[in-house]
Design a protein around this ligand. Structure first.
Ligand SMILES: Nc1ncnc2c1ncn2[C@@H]1O[C@H](COP(=O)(O)OP(=O)(O)OP(=O)(O)O)[C@@H](O)[C@H]1O
Ligand SMILES: [Mg+2]
Length: 268
């Protein structure tokens, strides 16, 4: 068991630039072991925040990327057949509840509702996880906490979380950081000077204004980090921006032209 805790611990402080008082609020939620939900667009810092908080709180972190094929057994565990017969293998949620980890279910809405409900008894006063197939009712470790994230932009109504799930969580609304902070984040992540990362942020602002007008999502902080990495590696800024900021997000010829112009203007 001790080995598992070590395996999931974050030993190096992850770089995280706070946008407000989210660190203090998360600490308060963790102190009460309240479940936390983080909403926000792709690449805005949700996962980084959770890694940072796990490090700060000294807790192991177990992350699960959810998808629509995921079953309750993928989270909870299953019997495996091997040469020695059958043996039970805990799923990641069960491991987290046993060792007192923070369990981070990424993109939870992707999971089917019959999968989502297995977290219900863990996220109310019961703090238990029934392992039905094994006939065990696992009481969660006192340090266990559940965190989920999702991108509210993507879901159809069909895929939204049920109120009975939502209302088991406290929640944060994340968004791309304010321009000065974001330029600082991209500079810290890549070592590129802030005068240039500020230009990347300007291009992102142009794209984010097109969200809902031909673009599903604006340019994420993650893509700005990619562009800065390329520039830092010697790629011409205009080429780096086309490759990292424009080509990935749209195939629409008009929008590409608009964004390419924005890049030319910023780096002229
Ligand atoms: N506040 C921040 N502090 C430090 N780095 C950040 C911050 N916000 C974004 N980043 C940078 O952006 C990248 C993407 O962030 P992250 O992986 O946390 O996004 P996400 O919100 O989890 O996206 P997704 O929904 O696609 O999983 C990080 O790897 C990091 O380089
Ligand atoms: Mg993430």
């Amino acid at each position: 068991m001790t080995a598992s805790i070590e395996q999931y611990k974050i030993h190096q402080e992850p770089f995280y630039q706070a946008q407000g008082n989210e660190v203090q609020l998360y600490q308060a939620a963790y102190a009460a072991r309240l479940p936390v939900m983080i909403k926000g667009p792709t690449g805005c810092g949700k996962s980084r925040f959770v890694e940072y908080m796990a490090w700060k709180l000294g807790r192991p972190l177990i992350t699960v990327a959810c998808n629509e094929d995921m079953t309750a057994s993928d989270l909870v565990g299953r019997y495996l057949l091997d040469a020695n017969g059958t043996r039970w293998l805990d799923g990641p949620l069960t491991v987290a509840a046993r060792i007192g980890a923070i369990c981070y279910l990424d993109e939870i809405v992707e999971a089917r509702q019959d999968t989502t409900v297995v977290i219900h008894p863990l996220t109310d006063h019961r703090r238990t996880l029934p392992l039905d197939k094994k006939g065990e009712l696992l009481g969660a470790h006192p340090d266990f906490q559940l965190v989920i994230s999702y991108n509210p932009g993507y879901q159809s109504l069909m895929k939204d979380l049920k109120q009975s799930t939502k209302q088991r969580f406290t929640a944060f609304d994340f968004d791309y950081p304010e321009a000065g902070l974001e330029a600082g984040i991209v500079a810290s992540e890549t070592g590129l000077e802030q005068a240039t990362t500020a230009k990347l942020v300007k291009i992102a602002a142009a794209a984010r204004n097109l969200k809902g007008h031909g673009l599903d999502e604006g340019i994420s902080t993650r893509l700005l980090v990619y562009a800065a990495t390329l520039i830092k590696g010697g790629v011409a800024p205009v080429d780096a921006c086309r490759m990292a900021l424009v080509r990935p997000i749209t195939d629409d010829a008009d929008i590409r032209v608009t964004l390419d112009h924005a890049i030319d203007a910023v780096f002229a």
